[in-house]
Design a binder for this molecule. Structure first.
Ligand code: C6P
Length: 417
């Protein structure tokens, strides 16, 4: 494929880029920013920055407490954000949306509140080999505490999950199947609906790590029939400091609280307390109010662009990126072919450490991530300590892919390859 021959028509990327102030900056004089690290965190459009700024200028007050105008405005804005989240992921009711700090805390909430109450010694939990540490370590901690057994769906040579092996693992009668909707390293989009259906047939509760799916393509909890879904605002054009746990109502209602404190109670006595109703039961203390409002604005923004259009754009960009990266001698990209993955290309360059690749790219203003991307077991599987990862979102262009490839030729030049 020749340079920039992909014409991404589905989105008006020039207009979209103009919505993101940071994309206008130079990282050094004369070197514009080429941001290819949205899998780590996305950039924020003006609409999100403005919504948070306006909240602090106009309405700032604590929520669910005061009865003055500001407290009422703040409470209404916070609860409106919850409604927007519910609508965005097709949740039956807003009270099934729990605000957390991030995906990590949402998964920990399930491990501590549901897992502690429902998993018993000898019980089996199924995860996958491609999980982020956030969907491994909480279960390691619980497994040690409760004497549980963890099994892992293997990653097949094509970068997809081995579903035949999954079916065999289901014979162990797992109580939990917890897995990622999209790998943050391989980019693999997992067949979530099928994995969930099989898990339910085996009697297991399901948790979907949506950190990399909810920002990038339409996700509907009712059509997936998933029990829990976790994701982070900062990866979907929203602020840091706020994430979401969606849960099936019957499960959330039966779960004990996770953290204790203000707002999560109906009554407190010196020797007892009564937990609040959903969703407040799981939101102890003053929450991230401005951040929830920022997340609501991010959802409005993504919805106005269209999640289908965003997914189509990323599909075109990743297909182009894979073709262009293949041209660079020595580059090995991990994960499945473009049609099975989102906008993530993690690769190695033989003989060059990913940190050096990343540093040379940074000289050209190109921001990528190098390391194990909090998926160390997956890297161990491939026998490598680290990869360089370029990741794409709605504001990236095929010209930026060309710049990445130019940067990789520069790496070859620097290392005399
Ligand atoms: N991955 C990356 O660079 P938090 O940090 O809680 O917002 O998200 C955790 C998380 C969970 N699952 C997946 C699949 C993820 O990709 C992430 C975050 C970032 O790949 C930061 S390590």
């Amino acid at each position: 494929m020749t340079q920039s021959s992909v014409d991404v028509r589905s989105l008006d990327v020039t207009r979209i880029r103009s919505d993101f102030p940071i994309l206008r900056r130079e990282v050094r004089p004369g070197i514009p920013l080429i941001y290819l690290d949205s899998t780590a965190t996305s950039q924020k459009p003006e609409a999100v920055i403005r919504a948070m700024d306006e909240f602090y200028r106009q309405s700032n007050a604590n929520i669910h407490r005061g009865i003055h105008v500001l407290a009422e405005e703040s409470t209404a804005a916070y609860e409106l954000a919850r409604e927007k989240v519910a609508q965005f992921i097709g949740a039956p009711a807003a009270r099934q949306i729990i605000f957390t700090r991030n995906t990590t805390e949402a998964i920990n909430l399930v491990a501590y509140a549901w897992g502690r109450a429902n998993l018993t010694a000898g019980g089996v939990g199924i995860l996958t080999e491609m999980e982020h540490h956030s969907n491994l370590v909480p279960w390691h901690i619980l497994a040690a505490e409760k004497n549980l057994r963890l099994e892992f769906i293997p990653v097949a040579p094509d970068g997809m999950l081995d579903l035949d092996e999954y079916r065999r693992l289901l014979d162990h009668q797992p109580k939990l199947v917890s897995f990622t909707h999209m790998s943050n390293v391989l980019g693999t989009i997992t067949p979530a609906a099928e994995i969930i259906r099989l898990a339910h047939e085996a009697g297991a509760v399901t948790l979907l790590d949506g950190a990399q799916s909810v920002p990038h393509f339409p996700v509907n909890v009712q059509s997936l029939d998933v029990d829990f879904l976790a994701f982070s605002a900062h990866k979907m054009c929203g602020p840091t400091g706020i994430g979401v746990l969606y849960g099936r109502k019957s499960l959330l209602e039966a779960m004990p609280p996770f953290l204790g404190g203000g707002d999560m109670i109906k009554r407190v006595h010196l020797r007892s307390f009564a937990a609040n109703d959903l969703p407040h039961k799981f939101e102890a203390g003053t929450p991230a109010i401005a951040e929830a409002i920022g997340l609501g604005a991010a959802i409005d923004y993504l919805t106005s662009v269209g999640m289908d259009a965003i997914a189509a754009h990323e599909q075109e960009i990743i297909a182009y990126a894979l073709e262009r990266l293949e041209e660079v001698p020595g580059v090995k990209v991990f994960g499945p072919s473009a049609e099975h993955k989102g906008g993530v290309a993690a690769f190695t360059f033989p003989g060059v450490h990913p940190h050096d690749v990343s540093q040379i790219l940074d000289q050209a203003g190109i921001a990528v991530r190098a390391g194990h991307h909090c998926a160390q077991p997956l890297h161990e599987k491939y026998g490598i300590p680290a990869t360089t990862r370029a990741s794409f979102y709605l504001y990236n262009t095929s010209e930026e892919v060309d710049k990445l490839v130019e940067g990789l030729y520069k790496v070859k030049e620097v290392f005399g390859m």
